[in-house]
Design a protein around this ligand. Structure first.
Ligand code: NAP
Length: 309
């Protein structure tokens, strides 16, 4: 039997409907929707396309969305001043600075400048620390790991007690998803191994996994014989392997592949996520959910029913 395909595009629709319904309620009770500002520095084509998708999605769920497109040579102090102004802006709940930033900027200084209560990417050390300490009870979870956990829950993949192997230890995917699934709690409580380029015999680790999460950025790294029959395979990788002409627009578009040999893995895995259409759409859905939550937490703190972050 072939693998069950976990389509992020379908789950995204459900989550966005939930967020849009909550947005309507917030507008009724508080007179305004959640506000999200996206800050893009320069014109990196991949970043431009990610940001435009985020803006479109924010618009679709009814958020106030503000776009700040800055030239590539803007100074770091100008960027920090802009972030400071949005930290004070009462109509903005989420601040997203699209990474990577140009080489003359210190990314960590920029991330540290965002108010943790508006850090909807959950990259600020306060939010990273809260994930370590509180797992999924933390106020904000980083979007890609949160999206992966949500896919596991909604697809009915058993996580408690599972052997999870994560390939990749980046700060945005590998480390946080490992931490999230390690916690005692809902859709977690797994036994987690994190593999990287220093790992000896990667294939043998992958073969042990009930849930294999691959975030390496290497096309077709994982072969079908590395997958335990019936395992759940979450392919985070997004690799541009060529270009093609879109039938819809007549324009050149990137051909994307994941880190897993998808066609071959379909015959071995129990569940699998496609690329594109898997983890990527969930990441954007989780950004919307974090922005909604940022406003909910702020209004609750103002009403004295929750702590200020
Ligand atoms: P990253 O910062 O480049 O980290 C890659 C990690 O994979 C590193 O820890 C690296 O090990 C490890 N790695 C690379 N090649 C390996 C190999 N041959 N064997 C074992 N480990 C290997 O990447 P990232 O930001 O986490 O992103 C990973 C992939 O996910 C990329 O394709 C990216 O585009 C994609 N991504 C997708 C989404 C989404 O929403 N769909 C979100 C974020 C990222 P070392 O630490 O030893 O170097």
């Amino acid at each position: 039997m072939g693998a069950q395909i976990i389509r992020g595009t379908d789950l995204r629709e459900t989550i966005l409907e939930e967020v849009a319904a909550e947005t309507v309620k917030l507008k009724e009770t508080h007179g305004r929707p959640p506000g999200l500002v996206t800050i893009l520095v320069g014109e990196n084509p991949a970043s431009l396309s990610y940001v435009s998708l985020k803006i479109q999605t924010a618009h679709r769920v009814g958020f106030k969305e503000v776009q700040e497109n800055l030239p590539a040579d803007v100074s770091e102090s100008e960027l920090l001043a802009l972030i400071a102004s949005y930290n004070q802006d009462e109509t903005i709940d989420g601040i997203l600075v699209q990474l990577p930033l140009p080489g003359h900027m210190d990314e960590s200084r920029v991330i540290h400048a965002i108010d943790p209560a508006k850090d909807v990417d959950a990259f600020h050390p306060v939010n990273v620390g809260r994930l370590m300490l509180e797992g999924s009870r933390a106020p904000f979870l980083p979007c890609t790991p949160a999206g992966i956990q949500e896919m596991l829950v909604r697809a009915g993949v058993p996580v408690a007690g599972a052997e999870v192997v994560v390939v990749g230890r980046s700060n945005i995917v590998g480390k946080p998803i490992a931490n999230l699934l390690l916690q005692k709690g809902r859709a977690a409580n797994a036994t987690v191994t994190v593999a990287h380029t220093g790992t000896r015999d990667l294939a043998s680790h992958c073969r042990r996994a009930d849930i294999l999460i691959v975030a390496a950025g290497v096309p077709n790294l994982v072969k079908p014989e590395w997958i335990k029959p019936g395992a759940c395979v979450i392919d985070v990788g997004v690799n541009r392997v060529g270009e093609r002409i879109s039938e819809k627009t007549g324009k050149s578009v990137a051909i994307l592949r994941g880190d897993v040999d998808y066609d071959a893995a379909l015959g071995v895995a129990g569940w699998i996520t496609p690329v594109p259409g898997g983890v990527g759409p969930m990441t954007i859905a989780m950004l919307m959910r974090n922005t909604l939550k940022a406003m909910q937490l702020r209004v609750a703190a103002e009403a004295g029913t929750a702590d200020r972050l």
